[in-house]
Every structure is written in C-alpha cells, then in structure tokens.
Design a protein around this ligand. Sequence first.
Ligand code: GLU
Length: 395
Amino acid sequence: MSQHLSDRIQSLPTSATLAMAAKARELKEQGKDIIGLSLGEPDFNTPEFIKDAAIKAVEDNYNSYSPVDGYGDLKEAVCLKFKRDNNLEYKPSQIVVSAGAKQSIANIAQVLLNPGDEVLLPAPYWVSYSAITILSEATYVEIPSSIETDFKITPEQLEAAITPKTKMIFFNSPNNPSGTIYTEKEYRALAAVLENYPDIFILSDEIYEHINYGEEVFSFAAIPSMYDRTITVNGVAKAFAMTGWRIGYIGAPEWIAKACTKMQGQITSGANCIAQRATITALEAPVSKIQYMVDEFQTRRDLVLSLLGEIEGFKLNVPKGAFYVFPDVSAFFGRTIKGSKIENASDFALLLLAEANVATVTGEAFGSPDCLRISYAASEENIRKAISRIKEVLS
Ligand code: GLU
C-alpha cells in the first residue's frame, strides 16, 4: 500500500542519525550489547535548576496554548542571551520559539524557499539540512571539504558555487558532524563574498555554540552587512542536556520571523509551554553553570582521539567543538573484513554495528562519503569498550 504515500514523503530520506539510533535500540531490545555512538545527545541529566523551573511551571498551571511564537518573557530572555553571548541585537518581535532547532530550520526553509531555488550546503553538513531542503522543493548544492582542510570551505569555493538560483546557504559552526569551528576572520572572508550577492540568505545554525573547547565562537549576524539577511538558529538541547524538551529559537529580520510564526501557527501552534518556562531559567543562567558538561566532553574527545589514533587506518583531525569526531576511514575501502567487502563508509558503519556491536553514522549521510561520525556523548566506560571492540574487529 505504500505506493499511496505522497511523492513528497517518498522522496524524503529517513534521518540517518535517528535511523541508526533506532536500529541500535532495536538490537539492544533483542538482547545485543550495543554501544550507541550514533546519536548527538548529551548523556547528562538536565540540570536540577532547570528541572525545578519546569516543576514550578506545572504547579503554576501553565497548561494553555502559549503565543504561537513563544512567551513574551521567553523571547526577552532569548534577546538577552543573543546580546550576552553573541553581541547580537534582536527585539522580541524578531524571535520565534519552536519545537526544537530542527523545526526552526524547517520553518525557515518553508517560508523562504521556492521550487527551483538552490541552497548551498558546505559539506559535511547535518543530515536534516538536505532533507528539509528537499521538502521545500528546492535543490541543494554541496560545497565539499575534507579532513585536510579541517573540513572548512574557502571563499573561492563559495564564490564558485553561487548561481543566479542560489537563495540561501546553511552554515553551521561548531559543525555537526566535524566539530569544526570557523574563526571570525574566516566568517568575514565568506561574508565578503556574500556581500556581492544581496539576495542570498544565511541560515546560521549555532546550536553547538557552547560546546567548544576554548575557542572564540562567532555569529554570522554579528557582521553588519549580513545582519539583515541572516537567520540565527539556536536552542537549548545540546548545551543544557535538554534534547527531549524540544525548544529551539531564531533571531531573524522581523518579516521572516512573522512568516515563521504564520507557518507554525498552522502546523504546531508553537512549542510546549512547560519546556518554554524552563528555557527561560536555562537561558538566564550564567554559562559557567554548564561548564562541567563541556569539560567532560573535552576529556572524552581527547580520549576518543587517543584511542582511535592507535588504530591504523583512521585519519583524524582535532575537532574544536560539538561532541563528534569525524575520521576519514577511506583507507578501509576495498578491503574485506570479517567476510564483508567494505566499499564505502556505509559498509564500514554496518560492519562496526554487526561485528563490534557499536553504532556510528556513515559520513555519506552528511555529504562526506569518506568519513564516519562517532559521537562521544557517551560514558568514558562505553567509549573505551566501543573503541577496543572496533580495534579488535579491524585487527
Ligand atoms: N542532531 C543530533 C544528531 O545529529 C540528534 C539527531 C538528529 O536530530 O539528527 O545526532
């Protein structure tokens, strides 16, 4: 019967990150000792002070629809956060709160893209950018990078990728899946190219901003010539261990914010009211309150790099943020390991799942077919166990 499904859903790829997580869960339920290094999800509990705020919101009877674009005092808190952390001036009328940054991004695509428009995706890019673009009937154009250039694109590459159809670029730093962070100078060099193309919009996804290891994190909208055409996307999922609470938000030109509000008014009526109340408390807290998680991620990153460094064939760089390593595993292509011929990164990820019981995500889903994403948002014990199993399978 599935032929009755719309062309739209049939042309939409399944999210590779969520699919791998589901597969790992399924195998675990069957009794297999799977270690999940596929999902980008902090393994910490949401901090107590945020949980307390949610409990208070329940007790205070926050049970009705919130304004579609979010509570007024939450939007004020978002403005203060943008000012404090990013030196960005937004008014509450420029803020829209959504059910996760993913919805924020989907809103933007829906309100700005027309069939035939082109979206530039510096690769590697998060799996849902391409899918969300397809859903908007636009097409995406990859701008490749590799581990040799620290997974960064150059202004020359950007210039070469632009066509009269280019409508938007999705930019993500710190990057999922590579952990790469662009410097302010690099942002400015890319902006200098975009200055010549005033009709191109920038979606700047800054969801990993706080998960950085001592780097300066910059925002596209902080460049005055970019401000009027940049949509800054952020949320509380990664920094505050609140993935399941589903709160994301944007700062954008008012006309775009209004259109996003109209869109989600027809689709979700806005985000969960309890989670919104708790988000006010999260955003008002000093960033130092979550530093313990960032420190722990850094320790784990170093551990993963040192353990993977002992396995021949993994080409590594040092990610500066997020909680992923993204090694180039092309040295394994063409080999037969445990009876399986490894032709590409997907075969390699499947081999690790079947033989090492370790779930990762193929780089193909992120537009980098030579690489493999390993999330270290997992306990040190599991990281050690997983990599030692991988080593055994590959030796
Ligand atoms: N963003 C996370 C990841 O890349 C969560 C899963 C998803 O939404 O893709 O793993």
